[in-house]
Design a protein. Structure first.
Length: 131
């Protein structure tokens, strides 16, 4: 077997100076952290549901992903004319069926849901808005 002279001259990892080992070690640790993060993200271990409070970092990440996704996917979408009576009737029906219990409606009380279920539920009846 013929070996190249350049390969014979290469130092092993342990024989390198400490100034060479530290960056390599940091790079290895960073790669392992990235791999661990990807495994955690795709494992399903983290409870993303609204029934559990989230860490501040998780809330920030969820909000960033949501906001950028909405911005990206809503490009080119024209809003409906909100003064259209037909659209208003459909919207009122949908709100009554799916939203009023949590967010309230004129003449009706807002139901009390556990705070852990939904961290922030704006009361649209009182001019509430999202954070």
């Amino acid at each position: 077997m013929i070996l190249l002279p350049e390969l014979n001259k290469m130092d092993s990892f342990n024989e390198r100076s400490p100034s060479m080992r530290l960056p390599a070690l940091v790079l290895i640790i960073l790669c392992l952290l990235v791999v661990a993060g990807i495994v955690y993200m795709f494992s399903g271990w983290y409870d993303i549901s609204a029934t559990q409070p989230h860490w501040d970092a998780s809330v920030w990440m969820i909000n960033q992903v949501r906001n950028h996704s909405i911005e990206f996917h809503s490009k080119g979408i024209k809003p409906h004319d909100l003064k259209d009576e037909k659209l208003l009737k459909v919207g009122i029906k949908h709100y009554h069926e799916m939203c009023r219990l949590c967010h309230g409606a004129s003449g009706q009380e807002k139901r009390s849901l556990p705070k852990v279920f939904i961290r922030y539920r704006p009361n649209w009846n009182q001019g509430g808005s999202r954070r």
